[in-house]
Write a protein that binds this ligand. Sequence first.
Ligand code: SF4
Ligand code: SF4
Ligand code: SF4
Length: 334
Amino acid sequence: MFALPANKASRSDIEARGHVKASVRNATFAREALSRRDFVKISGVCAAGLATASAARASEKQTLDADRKGVLVDLTVCVGCRRCEWACNNANELPHGELSDCDDQSVFDSRRRPTSIHLTVVNRVPGRDGAAPTFIKTQCMHCEHPACVSACLVGAMRKTAAGSVIYDASRCIGCRYCMVACPYQFAAYEYEKALTPQVKKCQLCQSRTSRGELPACVAMCPVEALTYGRRDELLKLAHERIDCNPDRYVNHVYGEHEGGGTSWLYLADRPFTELGFPELGPDSPAQLTETIQHGIFKGFAAPIMLFGLLGAIGKLSHARAAHTHAVQTEKVTP
Ligand code: SF4
Ligand code: SF4
Ligand code: SF4
């Protein structure tokens, strides 16, 4: 808030009484001189702050490790047992019942998406012409150039060099731009928590893999439909499987290029569009997010700087006025 300069009535009184005229003029002059100096100083600080912020954002662009990890999901192997769902909830301390509850087939009656209490879900898509259905495990894809990371203004979402996209609740301001930006809509929000809601999504079991363990869902899968490893080796394995079994697979590894690539890769026996996978080009949606975001910031930089500057000057004027008034009061006190 702005404060008025030193009380004018008090100043008139002072001058009328013929006291300390010179010191008032000196104090006013000193205040103006200081204000000009401080204006320049504050402008410099604001400009430096913006430059530092830009530099920090620029430096956020990281190079991914060549041996970054991922998971290959072979949909032709998955039997829809949903043990991976149970293991995920167990590993992430989310509510879960007995393992045998996974045998409940009624969950397949509707198509589900990951939620704040189910970071991964398995859906069933009927087979063609009465053939066996396809079961599809879904979770955050851990994009190579994640739109959620790009959209996050405060760095709460981060792509690690090892490949996982992780979330830092302590930084999150709850704007949910990440959820809007995600091309798969796989980030969920704890709307049910009024005071401490968080964005919830698969973190590729970062806490387990950093200890050398497999992601919980991968470790649990009884038919080895999930394979964890280096992304480049998983891609090699996927193409080998396609080459060796051309009748079993479509010649497409989903996630190799989609949306700039993902850490989770999929093999299937029919086109992925039939299975409900979004059709994405090879460009990362993050590029679009960044273009929009940087455009917004470019436009907002000047007003933000001006408001910052005015606020700082207001505070400074208030402090100087209070100081000058105190000096004057001190001088006229008999
Ligand atoms: S990697 Fe971990 S968090 Fe992600 S779906 Fe599997 S069990 Fe859940
Ligand atoms: S809600 Fe999303 S975009 Fe917003 S700060 Fe949190 S993580 Fe970032
Ligand atoms: S799938 Fe969505 S939430 Fe996961 S990394 Fe990509 S943009 Fe982020």
